[in-house]
Design a protein around this ligand. Structure first.
Ligand code: SAM
Ligand code: DTB
Ligand code: SF4
Length: 353
């Protein structure tokens, strides 16, 4: 197994065996490799912050076994109709004031109805006018709907593969893996960026986690954003009593994602409330460089804004505005370049060689 840290070639031909071999590396070697690749592609101390809002909650016809919003699951969730555009804009303004650079709007739909499109398009237009990046997750899209969203200037579309193709029918039966891949293709064809990742801790095997990453990395272009969610166990869902995933296995998955998709933003997504500070710090070391901030995700709680602020300060992490590189970021990049130069110096001991 090669652990050459200077090779950050973008690949789309990963096979399962070599991905599993990455997972099997001693943790220190895996983390070193991931962190080295991370530094060659990103400022290692910069975090991109996204903020979520559920614009339409509950009563979803899909049967995703993890989800509070599926009409097939008996959860205590209060259903809501599509929010008014004005309240969405108000939430986006608040998110921006709290440091978010991207505003992600999620709807509990199998796919948007044509009658809903004018409203979601107006949301995109008005959030963009605030100077924020926009992301939506509305379920499956036709090519035409993808073009409508793209023409309005939607930056990202989130559509997760969730798990491996082999494990998919244990998690969702009302749509196929190919349906998900088709929507991702429509998003690309319409010129938008892709946000696609998955959920860990749903009883899947290590091979399934490797299989998920293989699907993502072998897409014709890597998703620009890769959310890695830890299952939030929700009472009333079939996965409510699922066994906890080992924390180090989660960290390993983040590291392997970083290695396989070196230039993508890897997001430490749902489930941070169940992680201690040390585990989150390890995820950042493994190459996660994006998070959802705000006291709520879509329907569940999240780490508080003040806890996040305190942890980021203790770790020396800065938030980055991906739209407008600041002077501070440029300065950090200069420091990074200097560090890289000294690492290339012969006094630097590379234990991997
Ligand atoms: N209905 C749309 C769809 O499924 O694409 C958009 C909303 S859906 C809630 C967005 C994503 O949230 C899902 O694909 C899943 O990866 C993640 N998610 C939902 N419930 C979760 C849970 N309990 N724990 C972790 N992630 C979850
Ligand atoms: C993603 O991968 N995770 C976010 C976002 N994309 C849409 C959603 C997490 C949802 C967690 C459960 C909830 O709040 O209902
Ligand atoms: Fe519906 Fe999305 Fe939840 Fe599945 S994950 S039940 S599609 S809201």
């Amino acid at each position: 197994m090669t652990t050459n840290t200077s090779n950050t070639q973008i690949r789309h031909d990963w096979c399962l065996t070599e991905i599993v071999q990455l997972f099997e590396l001693p943790l220190n070697d895996l983390l070193f490799l991931a962190q080295s690749i991370h530094r060659q592609n990103f400022d290692p101390n910069a975090l991109q912050i996204s903020r979520l809002l559920s614009i339409k909650t509950g009563a979803c016809p899909e049967d995703c076994k993890y989800c509070a919003q599926s009409g097939h699951n008996q959860t205590e969730l209060e259903k809501e109709k599509l929010l008014e555009v004005a309240s969405v804009i108000e939430a986006a303004r608040k998110a921006k004031a709290e440091g978010a650079s991207r505003f992600c709007m999620g709807a509990a739909w199998r796919c948007p109805m044509d009658k809903d499109m004018p409203y979601v398009l107006e949301m995109v237009r008005e959030v963009k006018a605030l100077g924020m990046e926009t992301c939506m997750t509305l379920g499956m899209l036709t090519l035409e709907q993808a073009h409508q969203l793209g023409s309005e200037g939607l930056d990202y579309y989130n559509h997760n593969l969730d798990t491996s193709e082999a494990y998919y029918d244990q998690i969702v039966t009302t749509r196929t893996y190919q349906d998900r891949l088709d929507t991702l293709q429509h998003v690309r064809d319409a010129g938008m960026k892709i946000c696609s990742g998955g959920i860990l801790g749903m009883g899947e095997s290590r091979e399934d986690r490797a299989g998920l990453l293989m699907q993502l990395a072998n897409l014709p272009e890597h998703p620009e954003s890769v959310p890695i969610n830890m299952l939030i166990k929700i009472a009333g869902t079939p996965l409510a009593d699922e066994e906890d995933l080992d924390s180090f296995e989660f960290v390993r998955t983040v590291a392997v994602a970083r290695i396989m998709m070196p230039r993508s933003w890897v997001r430490l997504s749902a489930g941070r409330e169940s992680m201690n500070d040390q585990m989150q710090a390890l995820c950042y070391f493994a190459g996660a460089n994006s998070v959802f901030c705000g006291d709520k995700l879509l329907t569940t709680g999240n780490t508080t804004v003040s806890d996040d602020k305190s942890l980021f300060e203790r770790l020396g992490l800065n938030t980055v505005d991906t739209q407008a590189p600041t002077e501070e970021l440029n300065r950090d990049m200069a420091v990074l370049a200097e560090l890289k130069r000294s690492a290339e110096n012969e006094l630097f001991f590379n234990a991997m060689e």
